[in-house]
Structures are given as structure tokens and as C-alpha cells.
Design a protein around this ligand. Structure first.
Ligand code: ADP
Length: 496
């Protein structure tokens, strides 16, 4: 009898379900979008009911459409939008309000207050994160501090909280399991990544009662079984990880120094740094990648706010291209940018600059500049920003990158991938399977129930689509980087 793994990928804009066979090949897929709710400027919510219903619908329809019986599903793997937080009643499962989404800045004032109290350093050392509304901690503070009744109910264990993995497991088990995996816990600001426990000092700082928190479990191994009502038969849930960590696992970055970069709207880069956490001195996050059989892998994480979004801006803002696909042909129609550099600091600069006042610029324009030069400069900016984050990772970890594994929509652009290899002076490897997030969850789950014996067995499944090797020398690459950094300097501190 064939065995399949069902991966549930609960993302920010849609819920997806992908069925993988026991060779790790995707065989069927379903996707459903749900509503983005914007109650006030900078505040973003999701309706937990829509999250659950869309996830359940796609899970059921992927089985129905592929004529796969629940009997053939060896395990379920869950991966999810990270940091987003949900509250619900233990007794009834009824949710309290909407989920507060990672993008929401609603708790910015709480971060400011905690910074003024001088707590930033303590929080950074314990959690590996920065004190920012992006993470779950201050979202919970915000939900609880204006509702004393809610807070006392939470203290009595009547109200539970969880990130999306936790909420889905609660629903899938019919309210039997309240758990989260270490990778998700490490994004809450409440979890000490050194001891790997919820931390009393942090709980006090953020005003979060311990009684409302889930039990923290490994990322692989059976954590619960689904309620038989849901798929007609109980299925083990055996893999859980936040989306970026799952993608890192799906890219088989199992050894220290291995890294992946996802090129989407922004870029998300993670580097495996081994079994010991190291707090970054270059503005990166330290996070838990996964824990398997009690053994923890830590990662450094850096994100770039504007990557593919710069291409969207060329299309929708400047209107100089009609589709993203066109950019490759345009960029290669010229031999270089003619000295043009484009810093897409539309919303400031992230790691390693952390300059909220930086704004976008194009510099080096001459009478000879054409749209092809500008398009090429936009693509090159994605490669330069990736270099800057990887360089910070290298300085923090002391590890030299052997290769960069890539995924995401913009990796379809061969010019960008080649230029990335040139600038990094490192090989860039693009795998056949681009669904690395769902694949990572499937691998964790399959490993958890013994569909695959070991990580070594899984590692053999990674298949190269295309390899890009540096075609320019180090001096030329550094020449470009020097000019890029001159452009960066000019973009900084612009906004008054
Ligand atoms: P997300 O998951 O963030 O929505 P995707 O992985 O779907 O992103 O990738 C979409 C992004 O990739 C868009 O920002 C788009 O501009 C960019 N993109 C898509 N195709 C190309 C291409 N051929 N060249 C450059 N950028 C591209």
C-alpha cells in the first residue's frame, strides 16, 4: 500500500495542502485564500474560523481529488505563518476575537515602553530576537492588558493562546492537544532559546500567564492524532515547524554553514549554525531551526523587506514592464547597468543596517540610462542585499558559505541567480522542488513516523535543477559591492 504524507501549509494569504508520496514527490495540491482584515492603519488580523475552514477544506479536497484514502496517509506535517497569535476558550474552543497577524504593528507602543524600561538587552539575550511588534509577545500583552477579566481567566487556565500551528493542532485533535513546536515557540519572545523553556522572567515582562501557553514539543515525532471525525480515520500529526524553518529543512540545510534564501516579495535567509545558539552582533535574529529527538539546531535569520517587490514596483508603480518574467530578457539586453545603482529602501533598510529612515534611490543616472539599465539595477539590488545579509551571517558565525540554496518566485530568473553567484563568489543551487516549505513539513512528519529512517536518507532526495557558478572574479565583484555600499550610504537617514 502506498504511503503519503499530507503537508498543511498555513500561510499569510492562503491555506494550502500538498500531498507528497513516499519518495518526497508532490502529487496533488490545493490552495484557498482567506480575508485580510485591516481594522486600523498598521493593524492586521485574520479570522481564525476562516484560517481553520480554509485549511480543512484544502486538506479534504486534496485527498478527494487525488482519490487518496485517509488510510494511506502515514502522517500530517504542519507549517505555518509565524508569530501570528490566537486566543481561545479551553472549555468550548471558542476563539476570542481575531488572530493578530505578524505584520500588525498594533503593539508598537508596548515595545517602546519596554525599551524605555531598559529591557531590550535581557530580551535579546534570552530569546535571540529583537524587541519588535512583529513577534508574538507584545501582541499578547496588547490583548491582555486592556481586559482584566480576560487576563484573570487566562491566569486560571480558562483561556489558551497559541501560534497558528498550535491552533490548527487544537482543532485537528478536537481540542485534545495544546502544543507548539520549538521553532514556533522561539518566535514568541516568551521562550528562552538556551534552556528551551517558557521563561518566567519574560512572562512577567510581557504580562502573560503561564497557564495559557502550550506545551513545547519537538519538530518531528508524533505529537498528536487527529480526531477521527475529521478525515474519517485518525492520522498522526508528526511534523511541525514555522514556515521559514520548514523551508530550511526542506532545502536540507542539515549541516552548520548551510543556508537557504527564499526570493519572494522580500527575502528570507536562514543559516544553520549548529547545536549552540549565538546571539548576533550584526542585527540578525537567532532562532531555533528544529528539534529532533531532543537535539536542537539553531539558525541565524535575516530578512530583506523589498526584493521581488522592487520588480512589482517597476511593473505597477513605474509601469516600465508589463510582467516580472520580462525582466530577465531586458536585463540581459545590456551588458551592465551603465553605472546605475538602485537601493529599494522603500520602507527603510533591514539587516545589517537597521535604518528606518533610509529611503529608496537610483543613482548614477546619465542621459544614456534606459529602462533596461533600470530593470537590471533592480535585479542586481536583490543580489546585493542578499550579499549584505550573508556577509553579516558570516561575521557572526565565522562560517564561510559553501553554497546558497534558493527557492521562491524570483528564482525563476536565471540572470538574477547568475548575478547572485557572481556577487557572492559562491555557487547558487536551485532545486527541482520549489515547494520547500511544505516539503520541509512533510519531511519532518515522514521522519517522525518512520516513512524515512534518517535525515541522511532524506538528504539524498534533494535534486538540483540548476547550478550557477561565479563567472566574474573577486575583484570585479568587490568593485560592484563598493559602489553598492556608496549608494546605500546615500540612501540612509533620508526621511526626516
Ligand atoms: P511571495 O510568496 O512573497 O508572494 P513568490 O515566491 O510567489 O512571493 O514570488 C513572487 C515575487 O517574485 C514577486 O514579487 C515577483 O515580482 C517576483 N518575481 C516573479 N517572477 C520573477 C522573475 N522572473 N524575475 C524577477 N522577479 C520575479
Amino acid at each position: 500500500m502506498s504511503q503519503y504524507i499530507l503537508a498543511l501549509d498555513q500561510g499569510t494569504t492562503s491555506s494550502r495542502a500538498i500531498l507528497f508520496d513516499d519518495q518526497g514527490q508532490p502529487v496533488a495540491q490545493e490552495q484557498q485564500e482567506f480575508r485580510q482584515i485591516f481594522p486600523s492603519p498598521g493593524h492586521v488580523e485574520h479570522d481564525p474560523k476562516e484560517i481553520w475552514e480554509s485549511q480543512l477544506t484544502v486538506a479534504r479536497s486534496v485527498l478527494a481529488n487525488s482519490q487518496t484514502d485517509a488510510d494511506n496517509i502515514a502522517a500530517i506535517g504542519i507549517t505555518n505563518q509565524r508569530e501570528t497569535i490566537v486566543l481561545w476558550e479551553r472549555e468550548t474552543g471558542k476563539t476570542i476575537g481575531n488572530a493578530i497577524v505578524w505584520q500588525s504593528r498594533i503593539s508598537n507602543h508596548i515595545c517602546d515602553r519596554l525599551k524605555a524600561e531598559g529591557l531590550e538587552q535581557t530580551i535579546r539575550e534570552k530569546t535571540g530576537l529583537v524587541l519588535d511588534p512583529y513577534f508574538s509577545g507584545t501582541k499578547l500583552t496588547w490583548l491582555l492588558e486592556n481586559d482584566s477579566e480576560l487576563k484573570s481567566r487566562a491566569s486560571r487556565g480558562e483561556i489558551l493562546c497559541g501560534t497558528i500551528d498550535s491552533y490548527l493542532i487544537w482543532k485537528l485533535t478536537g481540542g485534545k492537544s495544546h502544543v507548539t513546536d520549538v521553532s514556533n515557540a522561539s518566535r514568541t519572545l516568551l521562550f528562552d532559546i538556551h534552556t528551551q523553556e517558557w521563561c518566567d522572567e519574560l512572562l512577567k515582562i510581557f504580562g502573560v500567564p503561564r497557564a495559557m501557553l502550550p506545551e513545547v514539543v519537538d519538530s518531528s515525532g508524533v505529537v498528536a492524532h487527529t480526531d477521527p471525525e475529521i478525515f474519517g480515520k485518525s492520522i498522526p500529526i508528526a511534523g511541525v515547524a514555522g514556515d521559514q524553518q520548514a523551508a530550511t529543512f526542506g532545502q536540507i540545510c542539515f549541516e552548520p554553514g548551510m543556508a537557504k534564501n527564499t526570493y519572494g516579495t522580500g527575502c528570507f535567509m536562514l543559516m544553520n549554525i549548529g547545536n549552540k545558539p549565538r546571539v548576533s552582533e550584526n542585527g540578525l535574529l537567532t532562532t531555533i531551526g528544529w528539534r529532533i529527538n531532543g537535539e536542537t539546531v539553531y539558525c541565524l535569520e535575516g530578512s530583506i523587506f523589498i526584493a521581488g517587490a522592487a520588480i512589482q514596483w517597476l511593473r505597477d508603480g513605474l509601469e516600465i514592464i508589463s510582467s516580472a518574467d520580462q525582466t530577465e530578457q531586458l536585463a540581459t539586453s545590456v551588458s551592465d547597468t551603465g553605472g546605475v545603482y538602485f537601493v529599494p529602501a522603500f520602507v527603510g533598510l533591514g539587516a545589517p543596517y537597521w535604518d528606518a529612515e533610509a529611503r529608496g534611490l537610483m543613482i548614477g543616472l546619465t542621459r544614456g540610462t534606459t529602462r533596461a539599465h533600470i530593470v537590471r539595477a533592480a535585479l542586481e539590488s536583490i543580489a546585493y542585499q542578499t550579499y549584505d545579509v550573508l556577509d553579516a551571517m558570516k561575521r557572526d558565525s565565522g562560517i564561510n558559505l559553501a553554497e546558497l540554496r534558493v527557492d521562491g518566485g524570483a528564482t525563476a530568473n536565471d540572470f538574477l541567480m547568475q548575478y547572485q553567484a557572481d556577487i557572492l563568489q559562491t555557487a547558487v543551487h536551485r532545486p527541482v522542488i520549489q515547494e520547500t516549505t511544505a516539503l520541509g513539513a512533510a519531511y519532518l512528519a515522514g521522519l517522525g513516523v518512520g516513512v524515512w529512517e534518517s535525515q541522511a536518507e532524506i538528504a539524498k532526495k534533494w535534486t538540483l535543477d540548476k547550478e550557477f557558478n561565479p563567472q566574474i572574479d573577486l575583484a570585479e565583484s568587490q568593485g560592484h559591492l563598493t559602489d553598492w555600499h556608496r549608494a546605500i550610504e546615500r540612501s540612509q537617514g533620508w526621511q526626516k
